[in-house]
Design a binder for this molecule. Structure first.
Ligand SMILES: NC(=O)c1ccc[n+]([C@@H]2O[C@H](COP(=O)([O-])OP(=O)(O)OC[C@H]3O[C@@H](n4cnc5c(N)ncnc54)[C@H](OP(=O)(O)O)[C@@H]3O)[C@@H](O)[C@H]2O)c1
Length: 284
């Protein structure tokens, strides 16, 4: 079986490609410079030549705050790009797996969101991702839209930042303030990739995959420092104390469509693994 993965050099892509390869899928991975999903002709030609059974779309405009003033570009990637891939999926008969987000919800619920719950994004990034979902539903039949949340990972060369890295980079500060009034589910990219594979035996549709359990950003940070046995001066604060361009949903826990590990177990494995890698590098 062959797959094409777009946005493959991003955080999720770095971990998903090896997971899919380990499952016996021949993965053709493309970064943004090799396959620009906003260019329909290029996308159609490259995917047409490979003729994969699966297309995994991880290409996305993911800067939530910047999307507020740069909405046209967010739409171009998150809506037009998703639409292009859906059209190519329909034309070639390939299954489309597409990553989406908890930010399609407004966060006013206080129990986990089901895939069928009403969407109502409260920021431009969430709106652009919702339009991408709609474009997929309109343009192809064989799709898995996979909403996820609070991702961290990228073991295989991802050079960007995510919450876990950001917290560890701040460990020497006199004080670290983290919001304690936003609740969600941290998700390890490796677990998400494994979950996406498991979906292939399910009917097409919209699914939710996150780490099991829920927490606040503050308690997520506390768990990181506890596992690392770091003594830091961590203080809870509120969203109001931390003004940001894009609003975040106060509660964005997703009802899981498949069984995953508890987020604390996944976090421990990720931290143990990155620690062992760092130790290996120091010894070289
Ligand atoms: N990170 C999270 O917490 C989170 C939470 C929920 C859902 N998600 C979703 O999960 C997916 C993966 O997220 P991630 O965290 O892995 O994001 P990421 O690290 O920002 O990766 C996204 C990738 O898309 C590429 N890209 C951007 N524009 C493109 C284009 N026009 N054509 C092809 N590739 C393009 C980027 O390449 P360049 O860097 O070269 O532009 C980047 O490598 C996204 O759909 C995101 O919306 C993420």
């Amino acid at each position: 079986m062959k797959a094409v993965v777009t946005g493959a050099k991003g955080m999720l892509g770095q971990d998903l490609c090896p997971v899919f390869e380990d499952a016996g899928i021949f993965v053709n991975s493309f970064g943004s410079k090799e396959l620009d999903v906003t260019n329909y002709d290029e996308t159609r030609q490259i995917i047409g030549e490979i003729s994969p059974q699966i297309i995994v779309n991880l290409a996305a405009y993911t800067n939530v705050d910047k999307a507020e003033e740069d909405y046209d570009n967010a739409l171009r990637v998150n809506y037009e790009g998703a639409k292009n891939l859906a059209k190519v999926s329909k034309e070639t008969g390939a299954i489309l797996i597409h990553a989406s987000t908890d930010y399609v919800f407004d966060g006013t619920k206080n129990s986990p969101y089901a895939p069928s719950d009403k969407t109502n994004p409260i920021n431009k990034y969430g709106l652009s991702k919702l339009k991408g979902e709609e474009a997929i539903i309109e343009n192809t039949d064989k799709f898995y839209i996979v909403r996820t949340s609070w991702l961290y990972g990228g073991l295989n060369g991802f050079s960007g930042n995510h919450f876990v890295k950001t917290m560890l980079n701040l460990k020497d500060k006199d004080e670290i303030k983290v919001v304690n009034d936003q609740t969600g589910s941290p998700t390890y990219t490796v677990d998400l990739a494994l979950g996406m594979l498991m979906l292939l035996s399910k009917p097409f549709g919209i699914y939710h995959i996150t780490g099991e359990g829920e927490t606040t950003w503050y308690n997520f940070a506390k768990e990181i420092f506890d596992i690392e046995k770091l003594n830091v001066n961590l203080k809870p604060c509120t969203t109001k104390d931390f003004s940001r361009p894009a609003r975040r949903p106060a509660y964005s826990v997703l009802e899981n469509s498949i069984q995953t590990r508890h987020w604390k177990d996944a976090l421990k494995e990720y931290l143990d693994y990155t620690r062992s890698l760092n130790k290996g590098n120091e010894e070289l």
